[in-house]
Design a protein around this ligand. Sequence first.
Ligand SMILES: *Cc1c(COP(=O)(O)O)cnc(C)c1O
Length: 368
Amino acid sequence: MITVYMSEYLINLKILLSFWDIIRRRDFTLGKTVRELEGKLASYCGAKYAIGVGNATDALILSLKACGIGPGDEVITSAVGFFSTAGAITWVNAKPVFVDANLETSNIDVSKIEPAITPRTKAILPVHLNGRIADMEPILAIAKKHGLFVITDAAQAIGSKYKGKPVGEWGDFVCLSFGYSKILETYGDGGMIFTNRSELAEKVWPLRTYGARSWAEIHTNNKVVGVASRLNSFQAAVLLEKLKYTEARIQKQRQHYLLYRELLKGAGDVKFLRDDADYYLNGYRLPVLTEQRGALRDFLLRKGKKVYNWYPVPLPRLPAFQNLEYKKGDFPNAERIAAECLILPTHFSIPKKKIAQIANLVRLFYQV
Ligand SMILES: *Cc1c(COP(=O)(O)O)cnc(C)c1O
């Protein structure tokens, strides 16, 4: 377990040394370091192919493109999540069709997917929020029945499992983020696309390098219109070093997650995500729902605890999506999550004692 506590200072020092090797080899773009990381993450996350890209938003955009999704198409996604899902769908000129989230999971409500399908629907784009994988078995069954692609936003779900299988196995495309505050984090931006289908990997590869299949062909054989969105070698080197500690950190965060659940049983009206043996959570975030969210948050902040509201505005009500003309009340669960969800800190660096202190403060809040 010593690796969990290995100081950031030492890790950063090792990363700096690996930078020198990249500079010496002038291996800046899609070279050995990126290939090594792609291989390691593919096997960690259970995917056959891994394609390193600039960030998770690009991963979503390029995946949608690789599925041939564009103007006139519709993509079904959850009303609760980060901007990038609906943003990517809009960026390829398709239409995001929101469905409400399930209050017990904070993920897309599977029962609302089929009624939202129209002849224009091309894909379902679920988000694995808070490291809890969406209900992928029924989602994949619906997709199969209607001939739809499934692209998942797995930005928060590295190391998570569903029905014993890792996140990279669930969906046609699986998009990871290494951006700010993620469990496996670069010194900036980074993302990765996983797929288990060779024909889809073939489609997405050229999209990250000017439409050419390889670096050698970028002046001669641009077969499609691609962009320049590649995982940078330096960022890959950061990730290769941090990946060594990722599983230990996830174990630590899971312990914190489980400790809160135990210590906060029956505290006020606090509700956790549904506990279910099929879902193995990476402990990335611990969301709780409470009608007293505002007061509880202020109380904990006053006591110096870092807690925050999570997605305080449901996606359909963000200014960028106003043209879709959704109204207040269209997504009651999304509204409720926006109003009642509070994130308790689970970071691996927090000692167990502090987690217990925070839990005690929460209990105290409801007692007075
Ligand atoms: C962080 C995050 C993204 C965006 O990732 P980038 O790599 O910054 O583009 C997308 N979706 C979810 C759920 C996220 O948490």
